[in-house]
Design a protein around this ligand. Structure first.
Ligand SMILES: [Zn+2]
Length: 275
């Protein structure tokens, strides 16, 4: 298998419109809805397609109740069938069955919903994340949705050790990717959360998942709308590690911004306009 990257497509696989634009986005009314996205990547490799995260899937669109009443009420996902990764692949002329590998930053409900639409793909993730999702504690039961893996995905767990990349340790290489797709552990939001680095020309694109939520957090000086800061603190499993990782990412952007472009899952500002 050779999935050396050729082209990278940016997909929004889920729009969410929570109320509170002023606190969540920094401008607008207190109760005005804002717009968050689920930024996924589709990578054309030499032998197949690789997806980084899957957003919401067709079963979420058909059965929104499976996402839970709290999530639906507060986060207000739009759930359009045409936004699913599978539909967007078809719209671009690809066959979803050609997706050989999926790398998930983590298994939160807004990142794993598309997994059932790609039942034959290998699903790569950190072992800590899979264990947390399959055996959630009381606090984690609303973030992980068992329906998203009821089809029995072909999990491929990646464990510790690994390489170093720009000072980040424990880095795993996606097998067969020619060392061009890397899992960069960024725990804190969830226990096994990972970023995914994709080589692009002379540099790298680093999908940071939910390691941070607003582009200002990795700028110098850092900034973040207060509502988004509170949301991240409420949804973290390890605040110390989460804040450490945000700081490491800010330093990475400051020192190596010419070589590494960072993006995060939910900030529409880091999603290319055409997506
Ligand atoms: Zn998320």
């Amino acid at each position: 298998m050779d999935s050396t990257p050729r082209a990278i497509h940016h997909l929004n696989c889920g729009t969410m419109c929570p109320r509170g634009a002023r606190l969540l986005a920094g401008s607008g009314g207190l109760l005005e809805p804002t717009r968050l996205v689920c930024h996924c990547l589709l990578i054309e490799g030499a032998e197949g397609l690789v997806l980084i995260d899957t957003g919401f899937g067709s079963a979420d669109v058909a059965h929104r109740r499976q996402l839970g009443a709290i999530f639906n009420t507060l986060v207000r996902p739009v759930l359009h069938a045409e936004e699913t990764a599978a539909a967007q692949l078809r719209a671009r002329g690809f066959d979803p069955g050609d997706v050989r590998h999926i790398v998930t930053t983590h298994l939160d409900l807004d990142h794993s919903g598309g997994l059932p639409d790609f039942p034959d793909a290998e699903v790569h993730l950190l072992g800590d994340e899979l264990r947390a999702a399959l055996h959630p504690g009381l606090r984690e039961r609303t973030r992980y949705i068992p329906a998203h893996w009821a089809h029995g995905p072909r999990w491929v767990e990646h464990e510790g050790g690994g390489e170093e990349w720009f000072g980040f340790a424990g880095v795993r290489v996606l097998p067969g990717s020619g060392e061009e797709i890397l899992l960069i552990p960024l725990a804190g939001h969830t226990v096994g959360h990972t970023g995914v680095a994709v080589r692009r020309g002379d540099g790298w694109l680093l999908h940071c998942g939910d390691a941070y939520f607003h582009h200002g957090q990795v700028q110098t000086p850092p900034r973040c709308p207060p509502g988004l800061a509170a949301f991240q603190a409420l949804n973290q499993v390890d605040g110390v590690r989460r804040r450490e990782n945000v700081e490491r990412l800010r330093e990475l952007a400051e020192r190596h911004g010419g070589e590494v472009e960072l993006l995060c899952s939910h900030d529409p500002a880091t999603l290319p306009a055409a997506s």
